[in-house]
Design a binder for this molecule. Sequence first.
Ligand code: ATP
Length: 201
Amino acid sequence: MNKKQKIGILGGTFDPIHLGHLILAEQLAEKLKLDKVLFIPSASPPHKELNLVSSAKDRLEMTRLAVEDNHLFSVSDIELKREGKSYTVITIQKLKELYPDSELYLLGGSDILDEIKIWREPQKIYELIRVVIGVRPGFNRIYKENEFFKKSIIVQINGLEVSSTRIREKVKKGESIKYLVPPKVEEYIKATRLFTSSNGI
Ligand code: ATP
């Protein structure tokens, strides 16, 4: 019998996608021997103000540009096609239907451990799927008492200290984002004038 395909799922606002996301996915894929990582931009992030987030089209396009040179990575618009809020628990149920013969892993960075308690049905998420958290050096100690830390598969990664918020701030101030996002994403942001004050972000 064929071995089950192992698929990692990395959801996010990806506004914009940056090298921290890509390094996280690459290192988790390597350590867990994943066959594929699906990047899933969220439609209307339940915990973020909608008017502070770039359009679905821009975020999807940047995510596509960022992953196109990695044969393990692909992008899914499953959350963008769905009406209403992007609840992770619903996405997982849908993906389990779409990939019934695969082993699915929900991937995330350590900030997920703070956020997951306010997500819809966090316990159910853990019943449905293995949750894998990429933790950067020094963060283990902080999360040792976190109930979700104990239930997750913890993988040490050499992360990059970067966030989408920081990148948006830099663009707004006219500062360089070279080496923080892939070159094609940098070009896209320049060409579309995303995150400049005229776009209101
Ligand atoms: P924002 O600054 O807008 O909150 P973000 O940079 O945290 O955005 P998200 O799209 O919210 O990016 O994150 C998607 C996933 O990537 C989450 O699981 C998050 O933990 C993880 N992540 C984000 N930045 C990093 C990083 N620098 N290193 C490792 N994982 C990261």
